[in-house]
Structures are given as C-alpha cells and as structure tokens.
Design a protein around this ligand. Structure first.
Ligand code: SAH
Length: 347
C-alpha cells in the first residue's frame, strides 16, 4: 500500500508523472483515468472499463479515490440542496447547491469550521478545527455533482471557512478543477469570497487562473467592523482597500462587495454614503444580503431599510442587488452552516 497515491490530491503534472514514470503507462492512460474521475464521476477503478482488467486490478491497489461520503442530503422548498459530508478522519463539512434556471452554483467549504469568529455567523460559533486538503475541496465538488446527477456550472468558496487562510490548498484545488484534462471548469465560473485577508488578496493577483473575487465588508468603519469581524483588527479597512486597489490595477477585474444587512447595526442610510466614500475609485458591485439570524443577537433589516440603503447606492452610481434568500428552511442560507460532529448531527 505504501506506494498508493491519493488521487484527488494530485494535479495534472503529478498524475502524468505517476502514471508514466511510476507505473510505466502510456500518456493517454492518464487522460483516460482523469476522464473517469473528473468527467464521469466514476470513483471505482473496477468500473473504468476502457482500462484492461489486469490494469484495473493493479491500479486498484495503487490509486486511492476517496471522495467525501454523503451523510445526509436535504432539499429546501426553493430547490436548494444541502449536503453533509464525512471526511476520511471523520470530520464533517457542509456544502450547498443553488439552482438558478440554466445554471447552478456549488457553495463549497474550505475549512472544517472557521477561525474568524465573525459575530453574526453560525460557522464561526463552532470554532475551527482544520484546513481542508486540495483533494477534500475537489472531492466535495465532484461528490456533489455525482449526488446531484448533473454537472455544476459555478463554484463559490462561500461555505464554511475562510478560503484565503487555506491558500495553498485552495489554489491547488482551483488548478485541478480548471485543468482542461481534469474538470475543465472555467476561471470565470469560480469565485473566492474572503473576509479580507490582505496577503491572500495580494497572492490572488499572482494566481494564473483569473477567478473572481468577493469581499465580505459588512462594516464601513473600523470601529464597527472590528466588532462584527475581529479579523479587521489585523487587516483594517485602510489596508484592505489598498489591497483591493492594487488587485484591481493588476487584474482589471471588478470586485463584488458583500454586505449583510443587520437591523440598526450597519443599515443606516449614512452608512450607505460611508460605503460609497470608502469604495471611491474602485470598480465594485454590491450584494446586499438580508441577514439570516443565527441567535438572538442580531435581527434582519426590514425590506424598507434594505431598499432605502440600495437607493442611495444607486444615486451614487454604485450597482447593487439584493440577494434572494435561498435554502433558509433547511439552514442552508448564507452564514447558517455549522460544524457538526457525529454525536450532535441529527441523522
Ligand atoms: N469566510 C468567507 C466565506 C464564507 S461566508 C467570507 O467571509 O467571505 C460567506 C458569506 O456569508 C460572507 O459574506 C459572510 O459574511 C456571509 N454571512 C455569514 N453569516 C451570515 C448570516 N448569518 N446571514 C447572512 N450572511 C452571512
């Protein structure tokens, strides 16, 4: 077993090297195996029927394909699906599949739990356990496609965890998912959402795959943002905005600003002006997210307050949309994913 490789952890070059150099196979065999895994979602070597029987028997000992196993699946009245997965070490993560007409989006987790402890988020309340590996990120997506019985067109790294605190694994998983001989998912179909990890945003400009960037802002001055998102103490607004300017200068890419609307906390009209002033000179699109309560601390802004906030943004020529709430009846909406373990999950 010692020479066995963990398939989903490998990028294309590693696959090639393994198949040609370690196993002495011809190059096209690599592509065949990748096609089974990434296109056809076949995770059992014995079912890879264009490989000879002897080869399959040999490979079964040398290649371990270990996608996360599905523990539970729930479907919301609006069609949103939530998946609970179990990883090899028994840890559990959730991911969500959202459908919008002819495309669909996988909301993927990057960590088991989250270390950021944002005051309004359910994931943060459960603490942080560990980073996901590249293979666990990729496997989550492939297993979701298999369970859903359909190809998924978009990925947003907006599930549990802070993707840019797991940068190395995140970037590797993006390369694997993007590679034309592997999953072939286009760069513009992948979005990283960050709470504002400045070095991570800077590193993103070096990533050769131009994925999209979303930034969770939620507070328009340091005092409020420190309270809502403790990570702001480490990367205050000034440093975040500077990183976004540099990002935009290098990539030319518009950035999405996520802004969760919390009643009487960050939804005053003055704060809409403050938001506009803060973003002056940046090309942004604002997503106003009606807050999904996780306990009694905060309440959702009323529709009127959300609309009044948006109206000011439009007057100041900032494009925005109010995100439609999806999946809240099964706790699959933004910020509602929680870390679960075997004992506490309701099976
Ligand atoms: N750590 C990353 C990605 C995960 S959170 C980030 O912060 O961007 C995905 C989005 O959901 C973030 O914008 C987050 O602030 C938001 N969110 C968290 N809790 C929420 C809640 N209870 N209601 C609505 N949105 C929430």
């Amino acid at each position: 077993m010692s020479e066995a490789v963990v398939a989903l952890e490998m990028n294309y070059d590693e696959w090639l090297e393994f198949c040609t150099e370690k196993l002495g196979l011809q190059r096209y065999r690599t592509d065949q195996i990748c096609q089974w895994i990434y296109e056809k979602k076949v995770f059992n070597i014995y079912d890879m029927t264009n490989l000879g029987k002897d080869l399959r028997e040999d490979l079964a000992y040398k290649i371990l394909i270990l996608p996360p196993s599905l523990v539970k699946q729930e479907t919301s009245k609006d069609g949103t699906r939530k998946f609970l997965w179990q990883l090899q070490d028994g840890q559990r993560i959730e991911s969500v599949l959202l459908s919008h007409g002819n495309h669909n989006t996988a909301c993927i987790s990057s960590q088991v739990g989250c270390p950021l402890a944002c005051a309004f988020c359910a994931t943060g309340k459960g603490g942080f356990l560990r980073n996901l590996t590249p293979g666990e990120i990729v496997g989550q997506f492939l297993a979701m496609e298999k369970a859903a019985g359909q190809n998924i067109t978009n990925i947003v790294f907006m599930g549990m965890g802070e993707p840019l605190l797991n940068q190395e694994a995140l970037f590797k998983s993006i390369k694997i998912l993007n590679h034309p001989k592997m999953r072939g998912l286009g760069a513009r179909h992948m979005t990283i959402s960050t709470a504002g990890i400045v070095p991570g945003i800077r590193a993103l400009t070096e990533l050769e795959i131009p994925v999209r960037l979303s930034v969770s802002l939620h507070g328009t001055n340091d005092m409020l943002r420190n309270k809502l998102m403790p990570i702001n103490q480490q990367y205050p607004l000034g440093s975040l905005i500077e990183a976004l300017r540099d990002y935009q200068q290098k990539t030319g890419d518009r950035v999405t600003i996520e802004y969760v609307m919390i009643d009487r906390v960050n939804d005053n009209t003055e704060q809409a002006y403050e938001l506009a002033a803060l973003m002056n000179g940046l090309s942004i699109y604002v997503n106003l997210i009606p807050y999904n309560p996780v306990d009694a601390t905060y309440r959702r802004s009323s529709q009127e307050r959300i609309k009044a906030f948006g109206k000011i943004l439009s007057e100041l020529n900032i494009e925005y949309e109010i995100r439609r709430e999806k999946g809240s009846d099964i706790n699959a909406a933004c910020g509602q994913l929680r870390r679960q373990n075997e004992k506490s999950s309701r099976l």
